[in-house]
Design a protein around this ligand. Structure first.
Ligand code: TRP
Length: 453
């Protein structure tokens, strides 16, 4: 974000159109694509899940993303302020509180996983990861994540996040992500090419791309919807917050579509890397959250200079996670600064402090407190489930209904045409989607999965 003040409103703005896209894509692309997508796809039967995910990302994700953009840039406010400014008479702003709580829950487990990436990166940099045997992946993972390791690395990652946020998301991280995002993309392509030569390539790709509709259950649908929301950073007001920093020149709909395409591309690439390896090395695709961390070392083991590739890969993943945690933290920080008038430093400390406590509990639930479960899930899985499968779809539904039904159409069209400067021919279908398709689809999937219909 550039320090340029947006005169009159005293708020920071993203310096250019490219910076706006880079920041949005930076928020969207993260662990959700490279870590969460493959294990969710693996757990929900592969192809059918992937197809649903792509359909949801396009039909529900893009309209909701545009709706969040419209609210954010139109009001230039944090999530709570945006609802309140647009309708001061009704309690819509409670959706804002829900988003803030949701963002903290996600940060709770996200920070732990991001800590693993940092640990893998540092350990491979110093040659402490062992790539010499095929079973290395599993053993490494157990070694690196047992006991107090996750706690320590969670704190280290949380500190990185804190330090960058304190500086106001300014030039450093923006420049870093502008360069690192394309590099991450190139590395993923290299790994894909490598994947092509693995014996399990065909089996992996058919698992990923051939939908087996007998595997389509309500939980697959909810999982795919949750994944689409998670990956596009939707439903919590993150994109409302970021859009409030867009300039007048940023084209909202184009930015939304570009974000969706790049974000899905990274997820699919990651699938093409992981699944052929899973089948080549005789692992199970439904291993859950540990999948990627157990599979990747097997790939590095087969590559010349594995340690270097591993360092580079986890470094990039670390940076991708950082640009996402920054956007997640920004939801509550902007709330504290604008609604509670706390000042940047205090707001950042408060937001990071609360999330650090949650992530420490989460890290402990992976190590010393492993046996602590609630509703059959450990804290880690529980936070993910509640945030991704309940709060985010609900937040997306409320946003969609709000923009579709409660905001003047003139306001929406002004935002999408940049006050009449550009043409936007999709207004009717967009509003139709927001009024009917998105809320109905989310509602049905939701009810279906909790067994109500
Ligand atoms: N989209 C990010 C990822 O895929 C995670 C994320 C960042 C997020 N900001 C968010 C998820 C806001 C939900 C809401 O890793």
């Amino acid at each position: 974000m550039s320090k340029t003040e947006n005169r009159g409103t005293q708020r920071a703005v993203f310096g250019s159109r490219f910076a706006a896209i880079a920041a949005t894509v930076g928020s969207a692309v993260g662990l959700g694509n490279i870590w969460r997508f493959p294990y969710e796809a693996g757990a929900h039967g592969g192809g059918a899940f992937v197809l649903c995910y792509l359909i949801f990302a396009f039909l529900i994700g893009v309209p909701v993303l545009i709706a969040e953009f419209v609210m954010g840039r139109g009001t230039r406010s944090n999530v709570l302020g945006a609802y309140r400014k647009l309708d001061p008479h009704h309690p819509w702003y409670w959706a804002g509180y829900m988003g803030i709580v949701g963002s903290m829950l996600i940060l709770g487990f996200y920070t732990v996983v991001a800590g693993w990436t940092l640990e893998y990166c540092i350990e491979s940099l110093f040659g402490m990861l062992d790539f010499s045997t095929e079973s290395a992946g599993h053993d490494q993972f157990v070694k690196l994540t047992h006991g107090w390791h996750p706690v320590i690395w969670t704190v280290v990652f949380a500190l990185c996040n804190f330090v960058i946020l304190l500086r106001g998301v300014s030039k450093g991280i923006e420049r870093l992500s502008n360069i690192m995002m394309p590099v991450l993309f190139v590395i993923l392509l290299v790994f894909c090419v490598h994947s092509f030569f693995l014996p399990g390539f065909e089996e992996g790709c058919s698992f990923l791309f051939k939908p087996d509709f007998s595997k389509l259950t309500p939980s697959t649908l909810l999982g795919a919807l949750g994944q689409a929301f998670f990956s596009l950073s939707l439903g919590l007001g993150c994109m409302i917050t970021y859009a409030s920093y867009f300039t007048e020149k940023t084209r909202l709909a184009q930015t939304a579509v570009t974000t969706m395409i790049l974000d899905s591309a990274v997820a699919i690439l990651s699938g093409i890397i992981i699944f052929p390896a899973v089948f080549s090395f005789g692992l199970s695709p439904s291993a859950g959250p540990t999948l990627v961390f157990e599979v990747l070392p097997n790939i590095f083991y087969r590559m010349a200079g594995g340690g270097i590739w591993s360092t580079l890969f986890f470094l990039l993943l670390f940076i991708a996670s950082l640009t996402s945690t920054i956007s997640l933290s920004e939801i509550s920080i902007s709330f504290f600064t604008e609604e509670k008038k706390l000042g940047r430093k205090r707001s950042t400390a408060l937001s990071c402090g609360i999330t650090l406590i949650i992530s420490l509990l989460c890290a402990l639930s992976m190590g010393p407190w492993q046996n602590l479960t609630l509703f059959g899930k450990n804290l880690f899985d529980l936070l993910d489930y509640v945030a991704s499968n309940i709060i985010m779809p609900l937040g997306g539904m409320i946003c969609s209904i709000f923009v579709g039904w409660c905001i003047e159409r003139r306001f929406i069209s002004d935002q999408l045409t940049d006050n009449g400067r550009n043409r936007f021919i999709w207004l009717r279908p967009l509003v139709f989607c927001l009024r009917w398709i998105c809320p109905a689809a989310i509602f049905i999937i939701f009810l279906d999965s909790i067994g109500a219909i």
